[in-house]
Design a protein around this ligand. Structure first.
Ligand SMILES: *[C@@H]1O[C@H](CO)[C@@H](O)[C@H](O)[C@H]1NC(C)=O
Ligand SMILES: *[C@@H]1O[C@H](CO)[C@@H](O)[C@H](O)[C@H]1NC(C)=O
Ligand SMILES: *[C@@H]1O[C@H](CO)[C@@H](O)[C@H](O)[C@H]1NC(C)=O
Ligand SMILES: *[C@@H]1O[C@H](CO)[C@@H](O)[C@H](O)[C@H]1NC(C)=O
Length: 152
């Protein structure tokens, strides 16, 4: 294999790995643990865990690009996690829940709308987190949006 082919192959592999790792959507069997992130399709917004300044408390939030310094939205502002064992899940009813290490719900969304049959949660390029029905149009104007967290 010549040098260029090797280079192209390496580059393609890199792309595949990166594509596989960056997800913007989770369903009810997936979760976001501390250290994992959701990244909006165009990479603009990131949902993940962080600790502000020297604080040891962990928060789930959404921030713009690489800057976690000023999150645009924080889920568990009132209930900081004491460690890195937070888990974000989507329930069958389309509710987002944040669990601490003993499995207690320390934060959740409460949707008044009727639950989706097969809900997924997606971080949009606008920075909003929506819960919608799987398989529906990605664009929240067309899909059945169960819940929108207006974070921007
Ligand atoms: C959730 O997504 C994963 C990965 O795409 C898939 O394997 C799994 O079957 C999905 N679960 C549901 C309930 O749709
Ligand atoms: C953090 O620890 C305190 C004291 O043990 C406890 O009361 C609180 O519920 C914990 N916070 C969370 C989010 O688990
Ligand atoms: C998890 O949260 C519950 C309710 O706030 C609290 O009682 C419990 O101590 C927390 N667990 C840990 C390990 O902090
Ligand atoms: C969730 O429901 C409670 C009780 O109806 C309400 O007080 C609270 O504002 C709601 N929270 C959100 C984020 O809508």
């Amino acid at each position: 294999m010549d040098y260029i082919s090797a280079l192209v192959l390496r580059f393609s592999l890199l792309l595949i790995v990166e594509t596989a790792m960056a997800i913007d959507t989770i369903n009810t069997t997936q979760s976001i643990r501390d250290g994992q992130t959701l990244i909006s399709a165009d990479g603009t917004y990131v949902l993940g865990y962080f600790n502000p300044g020297i604080s040891k408390s962990r928060y789930l939030g959404i921030w713009f690009g690489v800057s976690v310094v000023t999150p645009v939205w924080v889920a568990n502002r009132e209930a900081p996690l004491n460690d890195s064992s937070g888990v974000l899940r989507l329930t069958e009813k389309g509710t987002l829940v944040l669990l601490n290490s003993s499995g207690n719900i320390i934060w959740s969304t409460n949707t008044s709308r009727s639950p989706a049959r097969n809900p997924v949660a997606q971080l949009l390029d606008s920075g909003n987190l929506v819960v919608r029905e799987a398989g529906m149009e990605q664009n929240n104007r067309n899909g059945l949006v169960v819940d929108i967290l207006e974070v921007t």
